[in-house]
Design a protein around this ligand. Structure first.
Ligand SMILES: [Zn+2]
Length: 238
């Protein structure tokens, strides 16, 4: 790879040195890449405002093994309506954060890219329930990346009668006869989350989740993603 041009989403931005930024992008053609945009924080820089979180951008970059050199950038969409609501932007940032943590480096990922684009587009339309859409988008992204959680039966014995706990290190629910330690989850919620994975995002709003169920789903997803990326956690291995 030499010089490349393409589009992507801004997943992470860090200030660097006097006036540079280090940007992690989810590009359409080359997956997750991190690059440096020199002088992007300078007053009058043409890159000013381009690399804000969740922006859809077009970039020209010199591909490097570690850190690309981003030479040009232009805004395709800044999703102004999405970002006008704190509730919506916090939800969308959590989806971006999940992608940033879970995407492998330098590997094209068409299905998660299409899902993220659709999700941000729907949030920009402003008609969908933000938190539930974020949960649906995160579940679907986890699933298309090959880590679909098992919600329909105990991962050890296959039982469909609960009570159940979600066990992040086992990638799914377990009946309490097989395992007691985990996150308590009702069979109803487990089946709702399973349905959210299979439904198109456009119909995520049909499945009604209560606020406490959304909070629980987010806790489970967070624990599961931490398990997948091997980050330190409080729970003991079973
Ligand atoms: Zn079991």
């Amino acid at each position: 790879m030499g010089i490349e041009r393409g589009e992507g989403f801004v997943l992470r931005v860090r200030d660097f040195a006097e006036s540079d930024v280090i940007v992690t992008l989810f590009t359409e053609q080359w997956g997750k890449r991190t690059g440096i945009a020199k002088g992007a924080r300078r007053f009058k820089s043409r890159l000013g405002g381009v690399f804000d979180l969740l922006n859809r951008v077009e970039v020209v970059f010199y591909a490097k093994a570690q850190l690309d050199l981003i030479s040009q950038g232009a805004l395709i969409s800044g999703y102004p309506r999405l970002k006008s609501s704190l509730n919506t932007v916090v939800s969308a940032l959590s989806v971006g954060k999940l992608l940033e943590r879970l995407l492998p480096l330098h590997q094209r990922e068409d299905a998660p890219y299409a899902l993220f684009a659709e999700y941000l587009g729907r949030m920009e339309e402003g008609t969908s329930p933000a938190e539930q859409m974020a949960v649906a988008a995160m579940l679907k992204i986890v699933a298309v990346l090959g880590h679909r959680p098992q919600f329909t039966a105990c991962v050890r014995c296959g039982s469909t009668s609960g009570p159940f706990v979600f066990v992040p290190e086992r990638g799914g629910v377990m009946c309490t006869r097989c395992e007691q330690r985990g996150i308590d989850i009702s069979r109803g919620l487990a089946l709702s989350l399973n349905a959210l994975i299979d439904r198109p995002l456009s119909r995520a709003g049909i499945i009604h989740l209560k606020p406490d169920e959304i909070a629980l789903a987010r806790d489970m997803l967070d624990a599961y993603v931490r398990e997948l990326v091997g980050a330190p956690r409080g729970m003991m291995k079973v």
